[in-house]
Design a protein around this ligand. Structure first.
Ligand code: HEC
Length: 109
């Protein structure tokens, strides 16, 4: 973590997000549906054709959610592991952070 200052500052921004109504207006779920659902499915189960083809991660699994920190998720969004495209250029930092939240909301008990 210590060698990732930008990631850390992004996380700081993430913590702030909840208390900043202006930023909260960026709709993470809408962004998720637009950019991520084709592979990971709207509910995160990744049971779409592309999800199967690319072995996309099931993002709703409680165990996966427990094993991945917000910065892990942010890193995946920015860099795009495996067959997943990276979104560092396609989404603004604010958008990336609200999508992290949308991914958290996919959690199933
Ligand atoms: C083209 C299909 C595709 C799209 C679009 C896509 N992903 Fe992925 N995603 C994948 C695949 C495939 C993996 C698994 C890669 C691997 O395990 O090597 C993955 C993995 C992940 C992971 C988990 C990585 C891990 O370490 O377990 C996260 C989080 C994730 N995606 C979030 C997103 C989000 C958020 C979006 C939208 C901004 C998105 N993905 C868009 C295919 C996609």
């Amino acid at each position: 973590m210590s060698n990732k200052p930008t990631l850390l500052s992004l996380l700081g921004a993430l913590l702030l997000l909840g208390s900043l109504p202006a930023l909260a207006e960026v709709d993470g779920q809408q962004l998720y549906r637009q950019h991520c659902a084709k592979c990971h499915a709207e509910d995160g189960h990744a049971n779409t054709l592309r999800g199967w083809l690319y072995f996309a991660q099931n993002l709703s699994k409680a165990k996966w959610q427990d094993n991945n920190s917000d910065s892990d998720i942010l890193e995946a969004i920015q860099e795009g592991p495996g067959a997943m495209p990276g979104y560092a250029e396609k989404l603004s930092e604010t958008e990336q952070l609200v999508v992290v939240r949308a991914v958290r909301d996919l959690r199933k008990p």
